[in-house]
Write a protein that binds this ligand. Structure first.
Ligand SMILES: [Zn+2]
Length: 208
């Protein structure tokens, strides 16, 4: 599904969305076990190589196919320095995520490097937005904002994640304050359908 020029949401990753940007960058990699479907999607779109895989955060439903996509395409894989130890299994995930990681085994990707300060990949800017995890980031591409799990979108409405899935709620609120300062027309979440900016979006963000 094309969102705007240069931005495609892959059909195969409905549970946790994967976005293709400028035909050579993937944002997140979906739930484990979806590699074949994601790869089929990419082939259908005429994409045979990916330069960069940009991870919003360490949760298994975002890094699920990073390793196989990397092996298949030779992509470089990037994540925040705070979240890399969780991705590599050097630190246990907190709370319920610790139980999930025991049940859902994910082979970690080879991380190329962490995002530097003011990191940018072509027209994609990396913006720290901690809270859901310590090193959660969002991405701004032209006027499209990829929000990872900073917020979910359900039936066209913005939703906070429940606190048991959140590393630090106060940090989430500060990240929402940052979001308010950005120029965007589209919000693209991992969970839910992309949403065009409207009055309800601005009303939701106003208290932060
Ligand atoms: Zn998620």
């Amino acid at each position: 599904m094309t969102i705007t020029e240069g931005v495609t949401m892959l059909q195969s990753s409905a549970g946790s969305h994967v976005y293709l940007v400028d035909e050579n960058v993937l944002i997140d990699t979906g739930n484990p076990g979806e590699f074949d479907a994601i790869w089929a999607d990419l082939r259908l779109l005429g994409v045979h190589s990916i330069d960069h895989i940009l991870l919003t955060h360490h949760d298994v439903d975002h890094i699920g196919n990073a390793r196989r996509l990397q092996d298949q395409t030779g992509a470089r894989v990037w994540a925040s320095s705070e979240d890399i130890p969780y991705i590599l299994g050097e630190k246990p995930r907190p709370g319920i995520k610790r139980i999930i990681q025991r049940i859902v085994r994910v082979e970690p990707p080879r991380i190329t490097d962490s995002y530097g300060v003011n990191a940018q990949f072509g027209d994609i800017r990396v913006l720290p937005a901690p809270g859901h995890t310590p090193g959660h980031v969002i991405f701004l591409y032209r006027r499209v904002l990829f929000i990872g799990d900073l917020l979910a979108i359900k039936h066209g409405t913005l939703r906070l994640f429940p606190s048991y899935l959140t590393w630090n709620s106060q940090a989430v609120f500060r990240s929402l304050a940052l979001l308010k300062t950005l120029q965007f027309d589209w919000l693209c979440p991992a969970h839910g359908q992309p949403l065009q900016r409207n009055d309800a979006v601005d009303r939701f963000l106003r208290p932060y």
